[in-house]
Design a protein around this ligand. Structure first.
Ligand code: SAM
Length: 204
C-alpha cells in the first residue's frame, strides 16, 4: 500500500499515502464536494448489473475506500450485501462510520490486490464485482491484468465485473485483458473525458 516504509517496490510510483489517517481524511474531505459528479456513472453501473434490483446479490467492491460506490449500490439494490475490499485500515474505519445506516449489509476485508493470493482472502463467489477509481493505483500493467484474472475466478456464472476507472492504462488495453481473463461482452458502458465504466460478464 502506497508509501508506508513497508511497501513493496511496485508501489513506489504511487503518490497516495492510503495508510495515513491524515492523508485519508484529507482525501475524503476533498472528495466529498465532488461526489455529485460521480452519481451518473454510479447509476449507470448499477443499471448494468445483470440482476433485478430486488435480488439478494453479493457484491465485491475492490479498493472500496470509504464505500462511496458500495453505499450507492446498497441503496438502490435493497436486498444486496457487499464485501468492501481495501488495503487501507484508515479507509475501512471511515467507511464503517459513513455506512453506519447499512450495518449488517457490508463487511470490510483488508488486503492488497497487487499481492499474489489476494483473491483467496475473499469470501466469494460474487454476483457482481465492482470498483471505482482504485485499480489504476497499482500502475503495473502486468499486475492489473493479474487482478482481472483473479477477479474472474471470484465471479459467479451469470455475474459481472464493472470497473469505473481512469484510462491508465488505456481502456482498450484493459478490456483486452478482461476478455483474456474470460469475461464476455466486454465494453465501455459509460464514459467522459477521463473516466469510464467498462467491464464484462461471466457467462452461465
Ligand atoms: C481513489 S481511492 C477510491 C476509493 C473508492 N473506491 C471511491 O471511489 O471513493 C483508491 C482506493 O484504493 C485503495 N487501494 C489502492 N491501492 C490498493 C491496493 N494495492 N490494494 C487494495 N486497495 C488499494 C486505497 O486504499 C483507496 O481506498
Amino acid at each position: 500500500m502506497a508509501s508506508s516504509p513497508h511497501s513493496s517496490h511496485h508501489h513506489d510510483h504511487d503518490p497516495h499515502d492510503w495508510a495515513s489517517a491524515d492523508y485519508v481524511s484529507r482525501w475524503a474531505r476533498g472528495q466529498d464536494p465532488k461526489e455529485t459528479q460521480r452519481q451518473e456513472a454510479f447509476s449507470l453501473l448499477a443499471d448494468t448489473i445483470p440482476y433485478d434490483k430486488a435480488v439478494p446479490i453479493k457484491i465485491l467492491d475492490l479498493g472500496a475506500g470509504y464505500g462511496a460506490l458500495t453505499k450507492f449500490l446498497l441503496e438502490c439494490l435493497p436486498n444486496a450485501t457487499a464485501i468492501c475490499q481495501d488495503g487501507s485500515e484508515e479507509m475501512a474505519k471511515l467507511g464503517r462510520e459513513r455506512m453506519k445506516d447499512y450495518t449488517g449489509r457490508f463487511d470490510y476485508v483488508l488486503c492488497d490486490f497487487s499481492r499474489y493470493g489476494w483473491s483467496q482472502l475473499l469470501p466469494g463467489l460474487f454476483d457482481a464485482i465492482v470498483s471505482s477509481i482504485a485499480i489504476h493505483n497499482v500502475g503495473s500493467p502486468n499486475i492489473i491484468r493479474g487482478i482481472y484474472e483473479d477477479a474472474y475466478t471470484l465471479v459467479k456464472p451469470g455475474g459481472c465485473f464493472l470497473n469505473f476507472d481512469r484510462p491508465k492504462p488505456p481502456w482498450e488495453e484493459q478490456m483486452q485483458w478482461l476478455r483474456g481473463a474470460g469475461f464476455e461482452d466486454v465494453k465501455i458502458f459509460w464514459q467522459d473525458e477521463n473516466r469510464a465504466v467498462f467491464g464484462g460478464f461471466r457467462k452461465t
